[in-house]
Design a protein. Structure first.
Length: 302
């Protein structure tokens, strides 16, 4: 059996997350005060959204810290799955806020309260400026992993929520249309829910050990079976420990006359092949080389 171990370093920018966490915490406090003063649903929803972001970013910072821990005898992959658990928790929080905003927004369409548009506009602008600052901080690291993607997505949703608050404040001030606040709350909810469902699906897919997106196992099996001396490939499995760590394992049946040196060379070629040939680079692969005459009770497995 052969393995290729190349645990890439986890590039989660914790400092950026900490800065975004500090900014978001300050805005949350500001918006809670604003929601109390104005009585605005849009601002209340946005402040509740901010609370989930404070919690979510705290989870992201914690996950980033755990992800950078070295593997141990107890945690042989380190704590790389903390990324997925953090993203899953953030998505669940966002979904709860989105559903609340949708239900409360519909209720307020029929019973619109009076709202202080001037104060609402002020707090909306403060929120938007802070969100833009957080976006600039997280922008370059948003593709590092699912944890960073979740954190960036939360701040994007916050920025959109602040835009909704500002728009409703302007409509109330100019047209006296108090239902604009409820409409803004509903729009914010409709922006939050689809994105959180996508994030939940991506997190759940990794936890269920689905094949990494973009990796076609039929294509992998076909390609490996075309290699010299390879008779059959079975027990082929691929999954992800985290978004940046795909893994693959397989049993490879070879000609009986293959020497030990030839088997070692084939093993290195198999590992290089899955790391370089396919769209998804699998740098951590495990292959069991089996001679054709070797009886295998599991040969019928996919």
């Amino acid at each position: 059996m052969g393995t290729q171990h190349d645990h890439a370093s986890v590039g989660t920018p914790r400092r950026r997350l900490l800065i975004a966490f500090a900014i978001t915490s300050l805005v949350f406090i500001t918006e809670v005060v604003g929601a109390i003063i104005t009585g605005s649903l849009a601002l209340l929803v946005d402040s509740a959204h901010m609370l989930t972001d404070v919690i979510g970013l705290a989870l992201a910072v914690t996950a980033a810290h755990l992800m950078n821990r070295e593997p141990s005898a107890r945690h042989t992959w380190g704590l790389r799955r903390a990324e997925i658990l953090g993203a899953l928790a953030q998505a669940a929080l966002l979904l709860g806020v989105g559903i609340f905003a949708l239900v409360e927004g519909v209720r307020r369409l029929f019973e619109p309260p009076e709202i202080a548009s001037g104060s609402l506009l002020f707090f909306g602008i403060v929120g938007l400026l802070a969100n833009v600052a957080s976006l600039l901080v997280l922008m370059s690291g948003r593709k590092a992993n699912l944890n960073m993607r979740a954190a960036f997505l939360e701040v994007v949703n916050d920025a959109l929520g602040s835009v909704g608050v500002i728009a409703s404040a302007i409509l109330i001030a100019t047209l006296g249309w108090y239902r604009a606040d409820a409409v803004a709350g509903i729009v914010i909810a409709l922006l939050i829910i689809p994105r959180t469902l996508i994030l939940l699906r991506a997190s759940g897919s990794i936890l269920l050990e689905s094949t990494p997106p973009g990796l076609d196992l039929d294509d992998v099996r076909r390609h490996l079976q075309e290699l010299p001396h390879v008779v059959e490939v079975h027990d082929l499995h691929a999954s992800q420990i985290s978004t940046d760590l795909p893994t693959l394992s397989a049993h490879v049946v070879v000609d009986d006359q293959l020497t030990q040196e030839d088997s070692a060379a084939l093993l290195r070629f198999l590992q290089d092949c899955v790391a370089e040939h396919f769209a998804v680079s699998v740098e951590h692969s495990t292959f069991q080389i089996e001679p054709r005459s070797h009886p295998d009770e599991h040969a019928t497995h996919a």
